[in-house]
Design a protein around this ligand. Structure first.
Ligand SMILES: Nc1ncnc2c1ncn2[C@@H]1O[C@H](COP(=O)(O)OP(=O)(O)OP(=O)(O)O)[C@@H](O)[C@H]1O
Ligand code: SF4
Ligand SMILES: [Mg+2]
Length: 349
């Protein structure tokens, strides 16, 4: 019998609660449940898109996976050829290996680069810090990766201010890739860029994924970007994973009302509904004071009594396909190319 292949990443029961302190004595008055009991796996070589509105916990999730934040509870496992690293408990050699095998690309290519370091120093720094290379070897590795991301060797001695936004993001990508990572968390990597530049960077990330055999967790609030780049999509709402599945299935036949609402905001492509677009109506709940039952119920047009009484769990509806809604099996929700049924929501365009 063939041995089943382990996923590259396993996220189990992950929680990150930020304490809320108030008053002169900084009394603990509650918690922001930024990530609340999230479970999923990521296979080697795939792109998992993580989508949801501002404040739903996307960045916190990415930072917990990379151990830039210490999770409140749960486990993150990175299964490498060499060994499995328990990211939540790691120290010593495991930590050093993890820092090379897992990297981040930040949203803001202006804020994330040190203005006083030239491109050689910026891209070479992770090699130095992780004791991978120095001197001539470092310079050679930086030159190689700079060319791979579409910059030129002449750029090495220049400083970030002399580059455009798109070029700076290429520098950010080079800095992530120079240590030969397996897993890259890209947190809104194109959101700060002009639309015309976004496609170039997305295409670059796709090409580099093949060349370097990378696995991406791609975080964005923009469903159009997520649709373009992802193999599977995870939808987050108020710190929870509400739907997870293969891209085409999730886009064409969503099973969670929140996903339907997000998809309704994407510009239409079918003849019947082209030109229509709705804004995502309502506000996400206060994550320090969530409603009882389903976290989405205050915005859900399908909500029934049970929705305020019982919290729906993320359950498998088909192999590899999960949603957390009491009525996920019954509702017939509109996919990305179907006519919009959210007539009660304001239309724009
Ligand atoms: N360091 C922190 N301390 C306290 N609360 C935090 C901290 N970081 C994030 N939060 C809160 O946790 C929640 C999730 O924030 P997070 O930045 O992960 O959301 P996001 O989905 O990335 O949003 P955006 O799309 O705006 O980047 C928010 O309510 C935010 O205010
Ligand atoms: S559980 Fe109820 S409130 Fe929540 S998404 Fe489903 S129908 Fe809507
Ligand atoms: Mg964020």
């Amino acid at each position: 019998m063939a041995e089943s292949v382990k996923p590259l990443l396993e996220v189990q029961g992950l929680k990150k609660y930020f304490p809320i302190h108030q008053g002169f004595l900084r009394k603990l008055v509650g918690h922001v449940k930024a990530v609340d009991n999230v479970n999923f796996t990521v296979a080697a070589g795939e792109t998992l898109g993580v989508v949801g509105e501002s404040g739903c916990g996307k960045t916190t999730l990415g930072r917990c996976i990379l151990r830039l934040y210490t999770p409140t509870a749960g486990k993150v496992l990175l299964n490498l050829d060499e060994r499995t690293i328990d990211v939540t408990e790691m120290e010593g050699e495991d930590q050093r290996l993890f820092r090379r095998r897992a990297q981040i690309i930040f949203q803001d290519p202006f804020a994330s680069l040190n203005p006083r370091m030239n491109i050689l120093e910026t891209v070479g720094e992770p090699l130095l810090v992780n004791k991978v290379a120095q001197g001539r070897e470092l310079e050679e590795r930086v030159k190689d990766v700079i060319v791979q991301v579409g910059l030129r060797v002449e750029h090495l001695r220049r400083f970030p201010h002399s580059f455009s936004g798109g070029q700076r993001q290429r520098v950010g990508i080079a800095r992530a890739l120079v240590v030969n990572p397996k897993l890259v968390v890209a947190d809104e990597p194109v959101s700060a860029l002009d639309v015309s530049i976004q496609a170039q960077i997305l295409n670059l990330l796709q090409r580099l994924q093949e060349e370097f055999q990378l696995t991406y967790i791609f975080v964005s609030h923009d469903m159009s970007v997520i649709r373009y780049i992802s193999d599977r999509i995870a939808v987050m709402y108020a710190g929870k994973l509400v739907e997870l599945g293969a891209k085409d299935a999730l886009l064409n036949q969503p099973r969670h009302p929140y996903t339907e609402l997000l998809l309704a905001a994407v510009p239409r492509t079918s003849k019947e509904s082209r030109g229509q677009r709705v804004v995502v109506a309502g506000e996400p709940p206060d994550v320090s004071n969530l409603p009882s039952g389903c976290v989405f119920r205050e915005r859900c047009k399908y909500a029934k009594e049970i929705c305020s009484q019982e919290e729906p769990q993320l359950v498998a509806l088909a192999p590899g396909y999960f949603a957390s809604c009491h009525f996920a099996q019954e509702l017939e929700l509109a996919g990305i190319n179907q006519p919009i049924k959210y007539a009660s929501y304001p239309q724009v365009d």
